[in-house]
Each structure stands twice: as structure tokens, then as C-alpha cells.
Design a protein around this ligand. Structure first.
Ligand code: HEM
Length: 537
């Protein structure tokens, strides 16, 4: 015993001696860095790698704007390259064709999603995963299937009365706020309500009854926006550097928002259950699942579908809507409004486009406007991340199963080998008789605004109809013009318009537009007819 103690003391004395200590410290630091510097997946052979720093990898270099930096780096390293974000190896795809090859050609292998510390461990426990954040397994498959069925084309057609009601309500509110077009207005909150109330009605049969000051609207939009930051692949360094998770207070904010979200999600579900018990519930997706004895979904899965529906359309639909309205108000947007209106009047010469747009979305120019909006603003610039469940071959590189893939949707949308003049906002590129020579854009996948492949967005029919109806109705109701005060003018470029570049979804900066009523009597008539149609909703 004494002998062992003496031996230990001897070793300590040797390590602390002036000649050995520096080498000992270097060895300790080297080993620590080596241990912390390991990545989840080893370096992938034959795939270009952007050099990075120990421990941080490329995090510092990528800064706040991952989409822009990766797009720029692709000029040097090629369309697909690997980087290290802390201890994760990421394959970035940055061009239209490389995304097509990896996300569509290899869709069965690229079906899962990675888990990231902040969102998956702190903000959510397993019952809190949305469909879009769930790794692929039997439960995710069942939830995705149930939600996709509830959002397929015929189902969405049956929800059009909700879109009729909500878009009319937003336009009526804009009319009031602008004092019948006399003062400039910020359309942001009105379209956040439009998207949220649509989702809540079809999922829980519960509308946001109040106006844009409604407390529940404010709480859900604020909390979901914050949670979207915790989900972002560029906002949380603790996702990539485990040591940062030990920082005191690191989890305080995510935990607060987890609690606030659970509170309104439970409130919504309980309100629906009460109505079902009393027999006063309105037909809705969650109600159908709860009442279906055959439904094989448990409570957590029902909650997950509800959460997916509420969160998925909340930032994405308004982000697109708001930015397109901002563009329409600009001098270049005046010509677009003129073209759109001409086509609407030609197709609906009897002034009944407000009603007819609920049954068909056949104005080609408006459809092209929707697509170009989804391309130009890429509201999820780095698409929701994926993980491959099988090896994927890219040229000479074999990318092993379990690697994280980030689709740079912004990079693909601004890929000038696919889109002619990508920095130009031009709906014509999506017209079948295209006025510009850009055939590639009209064939196959028009853009990656909704992602691509096996885990592509399942809300596309709903989102497209929400956008189409809102654009058509806004353009027929108003001439959208620049605000009187220059300081209210919107910033239009893909990144300049964004309040927080590290957010998962585009968060548009505030701005105002002028709304000149085109024909007050006709607008009043359309509003009255819509209110009449939807009075029992
Ligand atoms: C303009 C509006 C929208 C945009 C731009 C958008 C975009 C996206 C994107 C980029 C993804 C990831 C796709 C991928 O990994 O390839 C996604 C997934 C998803 N979206 Fe949307 N979305 C929109 C609206 C909606 C709406 C209204 C709903 C439902 C009410 C919805 C439900 C979902 C769901 C459930 C997923 C997850 C799919 C999965 O992981 O399997 N989305 N969306």
C-alpha cells in the first residue's frame, strides 16, 4: 500500500517536473482535441471537403448565412461537398441537378432525418416530434400517411370553404386597417392569422375568432417562431459541439418554449375533446382520428400530427405570401399585377373570380406567380435535414448510411446553369408558352420550395391553394402600391428581407404597402357573398 502511494507520488513528481510538464500538457491538450474533434461519420473518400478548424470544423466559416456561404463555396468545391459542423459530417448539395440526383434518384435511401440536440433532446421529448423532425420508423410512416391522406387533393378541395372564409377575413381586416385604402398597412399579422386559423380549423375545428390582436394567435406565432430557431441547422452550436451543452442556462429558453407550446397544444386538444363529448364538434382531421376506432395512432401520435399541422404552415405560407405582396407593391410588381389582372378578367369575365377560384386554380399566370415566389424567396433556405439509411453513391464517393445531408434550396434556386437570370423575379419562367428561354424550369420539379423526394412536404396542395386564392383575391381587390413613406419600403432580396438569417424559415422584416381599392362596390359584394357562403363554418 505504502509502496503504491510512493510510486504514484513519484509519477506525479516526474510529470510536474519542469522538463516533463510542457510535454505532458501538450499530450493532454492533443488527446483532448483529438477526442473532441471526432466526427459522427469518418471523412468520406473521393468527396471534396472544405477545410475547417479543429473542434469547430466549418462552423465559424459558415457564420450566420449557411445557404449563401455554401452556395459561394460550391463554385470552388463543386456542387456536392462535405463539411464538418462541430462533430457532425455534413454532405451539402448546392445545385438543382445535384439535389435532384441525391433527393429524388436516391429517395428510398434518403428517407430519414437526423436528431439534433437542442430540438430533439431539450425542446421535444418523443411525443413532441413533428412529422418533419422525426427519424424514419413505423410510427413516422403511420403519422405521415395519416396526415398525407388528410392533405391530399380531394381532401384539400373540401377545405376550400375555410380558405374562402379566412382570406375574406384577412382582406376585410386589411380594408379596415388601411381605412379603405387611405393609409399604408403592414400585411404581416393578417396573413399569419390566415395561415394559422386555416390550420387550426382543419385540424381541430377551432378558428381564431378575434382579429390580429388575438392572444392565442400572438402566443402561437411567437412560440412557433422561437421553436423554429431551435430547429434550425445553423442557429444552435450546441447541436454540433457537445461541450457547449454544459454552458449554464443553455437550456432555459428552449425549456420555457417547450412548456408554452405544450400548454396551447393540450388546450386545443382538450377543447376538441370537450366538443366531441357534447356533440358540438366540427368535422376536422384530429376529430376524425380520435373518433375512428380503426385508427392505429396513439395519443402521442395524434399530438404529433396536430403539432405538424400547426407548425408546418405557420411561417412558410405567410413568408411566401408577404414577400410576394411586398414585390407586387414595388415598381416592377405593377406590371405583374397588370398581367395577372388581365388574365383573371379574361378567364372570369363575369366578375366571379372570388368564387370560381375556390373550385379551380386555372389562371396560369397566378400559378406561375406562386411557383416563382416559392423559388425566389426559398422560405426554408436550408431544407429540413436528412439522413441516409443506405449507402449512396455520388461519383466515386460512397456516402455511408447515417450521414447527414443538407439541401441548399437557396443554392439550387439561384443555380444559373438551371435558371436563366436567377436573380430576376420573373413568373414567366414557369409559363408553358414561356416568354423566356428557360425550358428546364417548366419541366419536372419546378423548384425545391417544398423539398423533394421521399420526405417532401405533404402540405403542398393546401399551401398552393392558400397562396393562389390569396394572390388572386388581393390582386382583384387592390392595386398594391409602394408605401408613401420611403422608410416603410420592403427589402426584396432573398436574404436582405430576413430578420434573422439563422432561423429555419424566412422571417420577413416589417414593411408597409399602399392598397388602392379597385372597385369598392364589387369588393363589398365579394366579401358579402363569401360571408354568406361561410356563415355556418
Ligand atoms: C408555402 C408553404 C410551405 C412550404 C414552403 C413548405 C416547405 C416544406 C419543406 C421544404 C419540407 C421538407 C421537405 C423535404 O425534406 O424534402 C416540408 C415538410 C413538411 N411539410 Fe411543408 N411547407 C409548406 C406548407 C405546409 C403545410 C400547409 C403543411 C400542413 C398543414 C405542411 C406540412 C409538412 C409536413 C408534415 C412536412 C414533413 C414531411 C416529412 O418529414 O415526411 N407544409 N415542408
Amino acid at each position: 500500500m505504502v509502496e503504491a502511494q510512493q510510486q504514484q507520488q513519484g509519477i506525479m513528481a516526474l510529470l510536474l517536473s519542469p522538463t516533463v510538464l510542457p510535454f505532458f500538457l501538450i499530450a493532454v491538450i492533443y488527446t483532448t482535441i483529438k477526442l473532441m474533434d471526432r466526427t459522427d461519420v469518418p471523412k468520406i473518400k473521393n468527396l471534396p471537403e472544405v477545410p475547417g478548424w479543429p473542434i469547430f470544423g466549418n462552423l465559424i466559416q459558415f457564420g450566420e448565412n449557411h445557404a449563401k456561404i455554401a452556395h459561394d463555396l460550391s463554385k470552388k468545391y463543386g456542387p456536392v461537398f462535405q463539411v464538418r459542423l462541430g462533430n457532425r459530417r455534413i454532405v451539402f448539395a448546392n445545385t438543382f441537378d445535384s439535389v435532384k440526383n441525391l433527393w429524388i434518384t436516391n429517395q428510398s435511401a434518403l428517407i430519414s432525418r437526423p436528431t439534433l440536440h437542442t430540438f430533439h433532446t431539450v425542446v421535444s421529448s418523443s411525443e413532441g416530434f413533428t412529422i418533419g423532425t422525426s427519424p424514419w420508423d413505423e410510427s413516422c410512416k403511420a403519422r405521415r400517411k395519416a396526415a398525407a391522406t388528410a392533405l391530399n387533393k380531394p381532401a384539400v378541395q373540401s377545405y376550400m370553404p375555410i380558405i374562402d372564409y379566412e382570406s375574406t377575413k384577412s382582406i376585410k381586416e386589411l380594408l379596415g386597417d388601411s381605412k379603405n385604402g387611405q393609409i399604408d398597412v403592414d400585411p404581416n399579422a393578417h396573413f399569419a392569422r390566415y395561415a394559422l386559423s386555416t390550420s387550426l380549423t382543419l385540424n381541430y375545428g377551432i378558428k381564431i375568432e378575434g382579429n390580429v390582436d388575438d392572444k392565442m394567435l400572438a402566443e402561437i406565432t411567437h412560440v412557433e417562431r422561437e421553436i423554429s430557431n431551435f430547429r434550425s441547422t445553423s442557429n444552435n452550436w450546441a447541436d454540433y459541439i457537445p461541450l457547449m451543452r454544459l454552458k449554464p442556462g443553455n437550456n432555459t429558453k428552449p425549456l420555457e418554449y417547450k412548456k408554452r407550446r405544450a400548454s396551447y397544444m393540450n388546450q386545443l386538444l382538450n377543447m376538441l375533446k370537450e366538443r366531441i363529448d357534447k356533440g358540438t364538434d366540427k368535422p376536422c382531421i384530429t376529430g376524425n382520428v380520435l373518433k375512428d376506432p380503426e385508427a392505429k395512432l396513439n395519443h402521442a401520435e395524434v399530438m404529433s400530427i396536430g403539432l405538424s399541422m400547426v407548425s408546418a404552415g405557420l411561417d412558410t405560407v405567410p413568408g411566401n405570401l408577404i414577400m410576394c405582396i411586398a414585390y407586387l407593391s414595388s415598381p416592377d410588381g405593377q406590371e405583374i399585377q397588370k398581367r395577372a389582372l388581365e388574365e383573371i378578367n379574361e378567364r372570369y369575365p363575369n366578375n366571379d373570380s372570388w368564387e370560381r377560384c375556390l373550385h379551380e386554380d386555372k389562371c396560369e399566370y397566378i400559378t406561375a406567380l406562386v411557383k416563382e415566389t416559392l423559388r425566389f424567396w426559398s422560405v426554408i433556405p436550408i431544407c429540413l435535414p436528412r439522413v441516409n439509411t443506405k449507402d449512396i453513391q455520388w461519383g466515386d464517393a460512397t456516402i455511408p448510411a447515417g450521414t447527414s445531408f443538407y439541401m441548399n434550396a437557396y443554392g439550387a434556386h439561384y443555380d444559373d446553369s438551371h435558371f436563366k437570370n436567377p436573380y430576376e423575379f420573373n413568373p414567366d419562367r414557369y409559363l408553358s408558352d414561356k416568354s423566356i428561354d428557360d425550358a428546364a424550369a417548366t419541366r419536372g420539379t419546378p423548384h425545391y420550395g417544398y423539398g423533394a423526394g421521399s420526405r417532401m412536404c405533404i402540405g403542398t396542395h393546401l399551401a398552393n391553394r392558400e397562396l393562389y386564392t390569396a394572390f388572386l383575391r388581393m390582386i382583384t381587390a387592390f392595386e398594391i402600391v409602394p408605401p408613401k413613406d420611403k422608410k416603410d419600403q420592403p427589402v426584396l432580396d432573398a436574404f436582405g428581407c430576413n430578420k434573422l438569417l439563422t432561423s429555419l424559415t424566412l422571417n420577413p422584416k416589417e414593411f408597409k404597402v399602399g392598397l388602392k381599392i379597385r372597385d369598392k362596390a364589387l369588393l363589398d359584394q365579394w366579401i358579402k357573398e363569401s360571408e354568406e357562403r361561410t356563415k355556418d363554418l
